[in-house]
Design a protein around this ligand. Structure first.
Ligand code: ARG
Length: 400
């Protein structure tokens, strides 16, 4: 019996070339797998393409709900923005794809799995680490890492082998899912140059966005969004709807100088309309319901969670340890946030929560309240004590 290799297939250039290359090089049965994580590609067409390339079997798995609930929602709870900018859209989907591949490999009795990542990016790390953590005996192949082919050479190989690629004339490498669109390569590699308009698909240029702002009310329950403008929505529908609405206002374009795990600085361009709105709204609501100490400490936990996920360590037990803390804090992150979308920007203009720690009676400057201002003088005396002591000493030593 022939060995079976399972390939994570996207229908794009790298993985299509990979099918032909694996067939040429090894006498094996090839099974391709694609996950629907909301990338909006025609999965039927991709299946036909895989079959036309001669694979033995093709799996197409709808993983949108699992992706939204088990990967995107934890990222919202963790306010996950890598280096303060990137909502981790690509990074969040990789461990899910890897885990499904392992599942199918086991079902099909495959000894080897392959993916189309290059040796320069983060995705290879995310796939390899997750697959090896879940199935230590499975062999992982990343032939693109060994080829050293340029994109141009790959295109030539594709043409020579009759591979139909709609992106043959497209210089960009694109990865899409519910949480965003990552665009790399071509003219984007010059960080001085503004991204050409043609790279954007989900957002209009802010200057062409409607002249009237649009208001949305987003409801959160236990740290995750559950309704918009009073209508309860399924996680996938909520994200998809918000991508559309915020995109129409030019919200979610991100141009980022990013530090990859392998040490390379790269210029990355993203379109993440829903992520941009939901992360802002969630962070704002947290500030209303968590204490100052919780807010400041959680920032460190959030940054650690984000770093783990970016760097491919989804399977490390630390992620769940951190989530235990994060989930505990989210018990009171319930309420509504009002956002205003206008010409590429999202502004938070209102928030309310049954768990609000805001006390008008304490905060107001208007009326006599039960905040006893006379205590402030003594408080300041002690708060500034160490600073005063140190400065008195400095003045003394300067004089002597
Ligand atoms: N820099 C991002 C990350 O590491 C996006 C990678 C996008 N991948 C792609 N094939 N275009 O998560």
């Amino acid at each position: 019996m022939k060995d079976t290799i399972l390939l994570a297939y996207s229908g794009g250039l790298d993985t299509s070339v990979l099918v032909k290359w694996l067939q040429e090089k090894y006498d094996v049965d090839l099974i391709t797998v694609i996950l629907d994580v909301g990338q909006q590609n025609d999965l039927k067409e991709i299946e036909e393409k895989a079959k036309s390339l001669g694979v033995k079997k093709h799996y197409s798995i709808d993983a949108k709900e699992e992706f939204a609930t088990n990967h995107v929602f934890p990222a919202i709870k963790a306010n996950a923005l890598y280096e303060g900018k990137y909502p981790l859209s690509t990074a969040l989907a990789r461990p899910l794809i890897a885990s499904k591949i392992v599942e199918i490999a086991e079902k099909e009795g495959a000894t080897t799995v392959a993916h189309g990542c290059t040796g320069k990016g983060n995705d290879q790390v995310r796939f390899d680490v997750t697959i090896k953590a879940l199935a230590p005996n499975l062999k992982v192949m990343a032939p693109v890492r060994e080829w050293g082919l340029t994109r141009d050479e790959e295109m030539k190989f594709a043409k020579a082998n009759g591979i139909q690629i709609s992106c043959l004339s497209n210089p960009y490498s694109i990865d899409q899912n519910l949480w965003g669109r990552s665009i790399e390569c071509g003219p984007l590699e010059n960080p001085e140059q503004e991204p050409p308009e043609e790279v954007f698909e989900w957002t209009v240029p802010p200057e062409k966005a409607p002249d009237k702002p649009e208001y949305l009310t987003i409801k959160f329950e236990y740290g995750v969004p559950c309704a918009m403008n009073g209508e309860n929505l399924h996680p996938v529908t909520l994200i998809q709807t918000l991508n559309k609405i915020a995109g129409e206002h030019g919200v979610g374009r991100i141009d980022h100088m990013e530090d990859r795990l392998v040490g390379i600085k790269s210029r990355e361009v993203y379109e993440c309309p829903a992520a941009t709105v939901l992360l802002e709204a969630h962070k704002d609501l947290e500030k209303m319901v968590l204490t100052r100490h919780e807010v400041l400490f959680k920032q460190q936990i959030d940054a650690q969670w984000t770093f783990l996920v970016y760097t491919g360590l989804w399977m490390d037990p630390l992620r769940e340890d951190l989530e235990a803390f994060i989930d505990k804090t989210q018990e009171c992150v319930c309420g509504e946030v009002k956002v205003k979308l206008y010409k590429g920007g999202v502004q938070l203009v209102g928030r309310s929560s049954p768990m609000s720690l805001y006390d008008l009676n304490l905060a107001t400057y208007d009326i006599q309240t039960n905040f006893n201002q006379s205590y402030s003088e003594g408080f300041i005396e002690l708060w500034g004590l160490p600073t005063r002591v140190s400065n008195i000493l400095k003045t003394k030593t300067k004089k002597t």
